[in-house]
Design a protein around this ligand. Sequence first.
Ligand code: NAP
Length: 303
Amino acid sequence: MKYDIVVIGAGIAGLTAAIYGKRAGKNVLVLESRTYGGQIVNTPSIENYPAAMGISGFEFATKIYEQAITLGAEIKFENVMSITDGKIKTVHTNQNDYQSPVVIIATGSKNRQLGLPNEEKLLGKGISYCATCDGAFFKNKVVAVIGGGNTAVEDALYLAGVAQKVYVIHRRNQFSAESVMVEQLQKQPNVEFIFDAQVTELIGEQKLSAININTNNQARIINIDGLFVAVGRVPENEKFANVVTLDQHGYIIAGENCETSAPGIFTAGDCRTKEIRQLVTAAGDGAVAANHAIQYLNQLNQD
Ligand code: NAP
């Protein structure tokens, strides 16, 4: 099956690229292994995207998804396994092969794990990476959130409205989250902050029952029903390492023009090297990557 542009990833960057590609009259396929929207679908309320204040991440993503479909983008839920490079590239999924002169990689990132023994085993049995997905299971229970960024503070705020008590455990004594959210969290009566603390052990056999933390070189056991891990995100680009250059952390190396080391392969959003990973920069990247892709296609057609 042949397309002008194949976009890998139906997050905000990928869907925006599809919208720009379609508006330029190109034949666009978007491939997504999970659900559309990416990371933003877990955000209960968007507060920092111009003109979208207060709408949920899922609603926001749905609007962009519907916009891409209305414009004629084809979206298939298949898992991309690899790309074979060439003047015409082949994108191999778990179900099909797709050919196009241009590929835009917009695969975002996945949750970083704590890397502790028991973490995999207790996933879904007290450990979660998504407060809005799993918070309701912990109504009137005791939970902890690990991390100090926007996700951790947003998760803790959400959980404060559901759980009986929320511990927020951070390895520094200051949050990197936006101060407006931190101030809101500080006002919650059922939130206790534990700073300069590192989780060292996840305790529980069939389900999580407690965590061991190290704070000021002292061990402390905290009994909890649920643990929300919000310690950042890591890219998922290993499968593209044979066609584009990655940096030492696994991000696709690209500048503001979203061009990778491979002619005809562009990248957009959180999966590329960049300073600020936000909804608005993901959407911006989608537009930039699509425009450079369109220029590249038009040039190919002239040659
Ligand atoms: P993040 O900003 O990278 O923060 C990760 C946090 O986890 C940091 O506090 C970090 O501490 C801590 N951490 C990292 N590894 C750890 C470990 N092994 N053990 C304990 N703590 C660890 O990640 P994020 O909060 O998921 O945000 C990701 C991106 O999405 C950011 O750009 C963020 O702004 C954006 N985001 C935006 C919104 C919003 O605007 N509403 C909401 C959610 C996310 P150190 O500081 O010590 O490294």
